[in-house]
Write a protein that binds this ligand. Sequence first.
Ligand code: SF4
Length: 398
Amino acid sequence: MYSIKELFKIGNGPSSSHTIGPFVASKEFLKRYKANIDEIKVVLYGSLALTGRGHLTDYIIEKTLLPIPCHIEFDMFTEMEHPNTLEFYGYIQGNKTCYMKVYSIGGGAIKIAGEVEAAKKKIYSLTSYKAIAEYCKKEKISLSEYVDLVEGDSINDYMGLIYETMLKSIENGLSHTGVLPGKLQVKRKANYIFEQNSKDASYDLLRKKTIAYAYAVSEENASGGIIVTAPTCGASGVLPACLRYAIEVNQYSYKECIDALKVAGLIGNLVKENGSISGAEAGCQAEVGTACAMAAAFLAYLDNGHVDIVERASEIALEHHLGLTCDPVLGYVQIPCIERNAVAALRAIDAAKLATYLNSNDSKISFDSVVKTMLNTGHDLRTSYRETAEGGLAKLFE
Ligand code: SF4
């Protein structure tokens, strides 16, 4: 598995596979071929073609390739080997000089077709929860100490940046009002929810605030603001909402939160390695389902810390998202995405609680098995339910 720095990325929304991935791919194309081009054509396939406009894919590519003129084609019919494929063609005076095919594989990561990924980047030799849990028990170390062991000291500064950016994205979202970009004319609600309930002293207050925090980040994401992929842009509201919830409820220290965020990253990394974090590949269970599992692990680690409880919490959170489809209306990461982040944040809180109420030793379902099941379920979903905006809720607005 790669470093969790590869999972938590800071970038502009609204979609890690549709904006951050194409941004990274465009940069890579320029790095390799800039000297040999005076014009570029980019062809988008699959989900990138079907929902690219709503996800601002064309905008981000054109902006990144500037000042070189770029023509973008949306090929909605050719089936490629990966659902998020881009082809770059470079020209000088009309003659083709270079070509690069790229897959945007989720979470802002890319893969260049035909190239073997550098093995040295894979720093985790243990790639299942079972193996990691056994190792931690044998060595009598915590999950966050395991992450420290693999990642080295630099992970602390990096996670500090992630912590700050997550909290900042909440503040930014709470401070904005008005309407989100795009044809849907969706009103921002985070500020309204937060203000409406700030004087409410009932039991529900913190849950309402958590909803406002998830909305805040998701609305920032939908409007192209800076967020942290956790594990993706579309699902970026869940973990920050639970982070601020944990700080407000239990006054957890900075160090405690940083350590718990490492554990959340480990869970996201395991899903990325053994399942999928891409809505185009496996539906929303891979994005919001994984975010919920990461947030549940984060809270369970803060609350108890035991490897079995953390496993149970993240397993419960992911299991009850199985089959969740990706059906963004008109291709915008707004409906159902924003509300879904809020629901998942509340679910993460409940999953972490449930894990502590149950006997963690008698679970019949392991985290590793639910990750595999999620991937298999995702592959069984028709493509109309995998970020193509052709099925589910998206059909209501055709
Ligand atoms: S429905 Fe889920 S997976 Fe699809 S774009 Fe929205 S948040 Fe991402």
